[in-house]
Design a protein around this ligand. Structure first.
Ligand SMILES: Nc1nc2c(ncn2[C@@H]2O[C@H](COP(=O)(O)OP(=O)(O)OP(=O)(O)O)[C@@H](O)[C@H]2O)c(=O)[nH]1
Ligand SMILES: [Zn+2]
Length: 373
């Protein structure tokens, strides 16, 4: 039988491994213990909280448990607030938690305190795990952390996770995939970056990578890209971009795992449900506790750099994408993207223009839809 040398650890990047395990636990609705300094916090997403766990957390709580809520949710509850906060939970009362975290017509019912670093890391974990952004937490004696049967993780490993993922980004495979209307296309698959899956660069035609390359950063939209949802313009933008790159000098489309502006498909559907009750796209997200846009694009810039691109003509109406690539050191010229205006998406497009500064030109959209009129 072989023996294990003292100190041998088969996982090289222990910090990333710890964060990825914590993300998996949170997604599976199980609590984790976050440790930092001389503090420890048991944290669980509100979606994962059922009566049995609530009762066990109650038995654990020396200090009162707390509900950690993001700034957007606190604003919806009636506070003028730009940072996250905590509400004390004298008992882990599922009804009250559901009201404060999820109900549309709820109002704040108790004082809101400042979050600790560990509280903010717990919210970051919910964000990374693409679960609902509200967390129930109980402060515990760090000496007890390993006795609870849950994963114990260093909060710093979670906090630095996104940065490390960008540094880790690497190509795992690539192959030609001829597309309808763009027969000379190659898919290049990257692992790392944001999101929970792989990121995809689609190289259309043979762009001159040493010159100015036509590039689109396209955030995943299952409903629009694949099923032609009328609620947004994503599917049309995707296909129009591929077609125009194939007809022109070629280009690169980055298909990014950022469904629902980075909130995940489940939270996007919660937002769509609110939109069907009258909220616009940003207000619906705010009711749920999300700020205007959760996406970051540093890893998209890193993908382009790894492909050898340093100068782009960025096909977008979104000023944040332009700023992010410039910030990352790329030279960026701008090109507007056209989708399709429908009765169902016109409010969505107007909100993007009026509230997030997207450069959407309705006259150009109309002319594009009916070129012969
Ligand atoms: N949260 C939320 N996400 C939405 C909604 N409608 C569409 N999305 C998501 O919004 C994102 C749109 O991404 P992009 O196509 O890259 O577009 P953009 O940021 O609007 O910028 P452009 O480059 O100008 O198209 C996708 O991730 C969609 O899934 C919505 O109502 N709520
Ligand atoms: Zn869409």
């Amino acid at each position: 039988m072989s023996t294990v040398p003292t100190g041998l650890n088969l996982v090289e990047d222990r910090a990333s491994a710890a964060a990825e395990r914590a993300i998996a636990e949170f997604r599976a609705a199980r609590p984790v213990v976050l440790c930092g300094g001389d503090q420890a916090l048991v944290a669980v997403g509100v979606e994962g909280l059922e009566a049995g766990l609530a009762e066990r957390l109650d038995r654990l709580a020396g200090d009162p448990a707390r509900l950690i809520l993001p700034a957007a949710r606190l604003r919806h509850l009636g506070l003028d607030r730009l940072v996250s906060g905590i509400v004390a939970l004298p008992t882990v009362d599922l009804g009250r938690i559901e009201t404060l975290a999820l109900k549309v017509d709820a109002r704040i019912d108790a004082p809101v305190g400042p979050t600790s670093t560990l509280d903010d890391v717990a919210l970051e974990l919910a964000h990374l795990a693409l679960v609902f952004p509200a967390v129930v937490a109980v402060q515990i004696d760090p000496a007890l952390a390993s006795d609870l049967g849950v994963l114990v993780v260093d909060a710093n490993d979670v906090r630095s996770f996104k940065r490390r993922k960008v540094d880790d980004l690497h190509v795992v495979s690539r192959a030609p995939v001829p597309l309808d209307g763009a027969p000379e296309t190659e898919f290049v698959i990257f692992r790392g970056g944001e999101g929970l899956r792989d990121q995809v660069a689609i190289i259309i035609g043979k762009p001159d990578l040493s010159g100015v390359v036509d590039v689109r950063l396209h955030s995943a939209c299952l409903t629009g890209d694949l099923f032609g949802s009328l609620k947004c313009d994503c599917g049309d933008q995707l296909r129009n971009t591929v077609a125009s790159m194939a007809k022109g000098q070629g280009g690169i489309l980055l298909y990014l795992d950022q469904e629902g502006r980075g909130n995940g498909i489940a939270n996007k559907m919660k937002a769509y449900r609110l939109q069907s009750q009258g909220y616009d796209t940003y207000d619906a997200d705010e009711v749920l506790g999300f700020d205007l846009d959760q996406r970051r694009f540093e890893f998209a810039a890193a993908m382009l750099s790894q492909l050898g691109v340093s100068s782009v003509r960025l096909i977008t109406n979104n000023p944040v994408k332009i700023a992010a690539l410039r910030e990352a050191g790329l030279t960026v010229a701008e090109q507007r993207v056209l989708g399709r205006a429908t009765a169902e998406n016109v409010r969505y497009l107007a909100s993007k223009r009026d509230r997030a500064g997207h450069k959407i030109d309705f006259d150009a959209l109309a002319a594009f839809a009916a070129p012969n009129d």
